[in-house]
Design a protein around this ligand. Sequence first.
Ligand SMILES: [Mg+2]
Length: 441
Amino acid sequence: MKHTTHNHRMILHVDADAFFASCTQATHVTYQGKPLVTGRDRGMVIAVSYEAKARGVRRGMLISEAKKICPELIAVESDYETYSLFSRRLFAILRRYTSEVEEYSVDEAFLDITGLRKPLKMSYEKIAKDIQKTIKQELNITVSVGLAPTKVLAKVASNKNKPYGFVKISNFSIEKYLKSLPVHEIWGVGNNTASYMNKLGIFTALDFVRISPESVIYNFTKPHQEIWRELQGELVYPVITEEKTSYASISKTRTFSPASSNKTTVYAELIRNLEGACSKARFHGLVAKRITIFLKTQQFTTVALEACLTRASAYPKDITAIAHQLFDSLYKNTVQYRATGIVLSDLQENTSIQQSLFESPVELQRLQHVYDAVDNLTRKFGSKTIHLAASMKPKATPLSPVKTVREMKEEKELAFSEWLKNGGILGNKHLNIPQLFGTMG
Ligand SMILES: [Mg+2]
């Protein structure tokens, strides 16, 4: 599909600013505004926050090197699960504006917003800025946006004023933006092509667009002829709206030592992981439709089972009944276990609580309030503040400072489990035929 200049398009390029570092700062309030890098696990700087960039820290440096330049640098391990969750939410926000979204990379997208002024009742500029604002509000990260008649120009524009920048390139302002752009910075022009261009006396993108059509055809291959046309404002590359099938999931696992065959202990570990995974899902406003539990034995074999939930949820109490059934079918009292884990998958945005016909909305709402309180306390005091009674080790657990809330929560959970028993939602009949994965490693 090709568009000519007569069929004028409006393309947005949305590009998150210092994405991995920003995700980390968005999930850790205390890191905000501070110099931070990711990549500690590899000893090398992978992503750099703007605060660290300002201090001279660069991608690819050794962490030790970077710390010499910036002693208060925070170095964290990469957390690709979190990045992919942010990525999915970012694309979900973009799809509220149009289905014409191309997921170009984990933190970049192209949108064809041609013709959306009327239905959205906004100018193209306003749409771009509204997208920026919504992402900032909901994800607490910033994106830079470029608006232009082609993808190559939109990419030039988004890169022009980072971070949180907005640049529009129209057919009349193309020259202004291309004159200071070195050819090696043009999207799709590699280093070899750039030095070849330099030999021809072409140093900037403007030099390139100014050569004649004959010269372009004579000197360059088809891909570079297309870039030349895109830089002129002629759309050659359409926005490819195919949704990437990325199956985001949230997993939590923990190894414990010594290994144990005590059923209560192993189950408590599993439920603790369930709570951790659910807490992460709720932080991202997501609910899961599928749960996998796994147990790792002392012999390093792993057994796993998965099941579908009747209703997508991120509340442990919704899921423990099913987790317990899965656990019962996996657990063997002759085996020593060294780790348990949980995977929440088929994640979706928790836009509204999806209720099945058998559920009591009042009860569900109460449960939601309880977990809102739990999440607030967790944010203030850390993740170990509150947990389900089932995840407490058989040993005595010291009382936490938020006893009343915990009591309240247990009360609710008791009421909830009663209600579950009386024709509840997660009975045996809803359990998918468990699938045995066997040994996973
Ligand atoms: Mg980016």
